[in-house]
Design a protein around this ligand. Structure first.
Ligand code: AMP
Ligand code: ZN
Length: 458
């Protein structure tokens, strides 16, 4: 495998070489579980799932994606809703996994939860204090940023400039403005654990450092996440891990996906332009959303619009159209190969748009082929390519009838239309309109005509 990846620390595309031959470790910062994931949150899950699928072809991969289940945003959600923290986190862990599953994201090998690694975090903090990289003050423990000379290397920030430009009010227990919290005290109503510094809870950054070390070792091959995590989250993880492990490199390659925006505006809850995966999968097949998320190179920004989904849908229609009506035997499947140009594209820093172009090249070849055996073998290759990309997982006939996982089945649509027409005949227009709205919310548009009511999926 000749994989090239863009490493944020080196600032360029470099040849990938794992620490141990034949094995790869990868850590992806996962969700903070206090609400549903929006499609921006789904982008790292989908693009690094694609990388995991690619790596598994050549290596024994151990892929960890954590769950942050202790966080001030979770505490706030609990106070606001009056529900216990455990209930909130359990609900949104399940929702996250269901939603990502619908987008073809395979479960990682390890899914460590922060609350189950408090002992490891405390141990790492103790090590940092012992080695002179952290200090205790007023029941807090802080990382002493000035003790780590390379601080700022990942995010390309100069600490001296940062200090000069800092306008933040410095908390009284901090020696310097940029020192960050490893441990903080909890009041009795907040989640907390006993520690050498009193009852408290960890800071966010130490969670990932401790969980990565526990499950993947002191030096991991790939550390991934969204662009916004470079600073301060990853910069701080890097400082902590390196200092706790006597300078051993923390991650050999740092990968960051670009941001998803909607109509050129950053997707954010406060702006009210958030599109939840949980809602979207009720109206659009998960594969369409997955392909839409892979339609731009992962490092590039991706501006989401209705056209993004429409174009992904029509691309999938073309792929399913090519394999429809071709029976592929188990034997042909076993002999199938992913086209080399598709693999080359993914090995070139996960170039998914180029990989899709190669996928279409294969579909075109299949459409042109007339020999039955050749068509079967090319269709088998299509399914192998689909397996790698996380696409073509549905039966083609069901794809075209719209009866794919998560979508409302055609017979239920017909039954609702009949109910609506009955209501209209009985002059119960309120019920008729409510059913039209219900179908609309499920991604179905209906049209009344001379020959009755027709419908289509959006
Ligand atoms: P959070 O649950 O907010 O910590 O986010 C989970 C992951 O989603 C992180 O890796 C973020 O970097 C990523 N993320 C959040 N918003 C976006 C966005 N609009 N586009 C791409 N990635 C995002
Ligand atoms: Zn993290």
């Amino acid at each position: 495998m000749s994989l090239q990846l863009h490493d944020t620390l080196q600032g360029k595309k470099v040849a990938f070489e794992p620490l141990r031959e034949g094995e790869v470790t990868m850590y992806l910062c996962g969700p903070t579980v206090y609400n549903y994931a929006h499609i921006g949150n789904a982008r790292p899950a989908v693009v690094f799932d694609l990388l995991a699928r690619l790596l598994r072809r050549s290596y024994k991969l151990t892929f960890a994606r954590n769950i942050t289940d202790v966080d001030d945003k979770i505490n706030a959600a609990s106070i606001e809703s009056g529900k216990p923290i455990d209930e909130i986190t359990a609900r949104f862990i399940k929702a996250y996994n269901d939603d990502m599953g619908a987008l073809g994201v395979r479960a990682p090998d390890v899914e460590p939860r922060a609350t189950q690694h408090i002992a490891e975090m405390i141990e790492m903090i103790e090590t940092l204090i012992e080695k002179g990289f952290a200090y205790e003050a007023e029941q807090h423990v802080l990382f002493d940023v000035s003790s780590y000379e390379q601080y700022g290397a990942l995010s390309k920030r100069d600490l001296r400039e940062m200090i000069a430009g800092a306008r933040v009010e410095v908390a009284p227990y901090k020696r310097a403005a940029h020192d960050f919290v490893l441990w903080k005290p909890s009041t009795p109503e907040l989640p907390g654990w006993e520690s050498p510094w009193g009852r408290g809870r960890p800071g966010w950054h130490i969670e990932c450092s401790a969980m990565a070390a526990k499950h993947l070792g002191d030096t991991i091959d790939i550390h991934a996440g969204g662009r916004d995590l470079v600073f301060p989250h990853h910069e701080n993880e890097l400082a902590q891990s390196c200092c706790a492990h006597d300078g051993a490199p923390f991650a050999r390659y740092w990968l960051h996906n670009g941001f998803l925006s909607m109509d050129q505006t950053k997707m954010s809850k406060s702006l009210g332009n958030v599109l939840l995966v949980h809602e979207l999968i009720k109206t659009v097949p998960g594969e369409v959303i997955r392909l839409a998320l892979l339609s731009a190179h992962y490092k590039q920004p991706l501006d989401w619009s209705t056209e993004t989904l429409e174009s992904a849908r029509s691309m999938l229609d073309r792929l399913y159209g090519a394999v429809q009506d071709i029976a592929v035997s188990d034997q042909a499947r076993a002999a199938a190969e992913v086209p080399q140009d598709l693999i080359d594209a993914l090995e070139d820093d996960l170039n998914s748009p180029r990989a899709m172009a190669a996928f279409f090249g294969l579909a075109k070849e299949l459409n042109k082929a007339t020999d039955e055996a050749e068509r079967e073998s090319l269709a088998a290759n299509m399914y192998a390519a689909g397996e790698l990309m996380g696409l073509l997982g549905n039966n083609p006939d069901e794809w075209f009838s719209g009866d794919v996982e998560g979508a409302i089945p055609s017979d239920e649509i017909e039954a609702l239309i009949k109910k609506r027409n009955d209501a209209k005949a009985a002059k119960d227009f309120q019920t008729a309109d409510a059913i039209r709205d219900q179908l609309g919310a499920l991604g179905v548009t209906i049209q009344d005509g001379r020959d009755g009511t027709s419908w289509r999926r959006n």
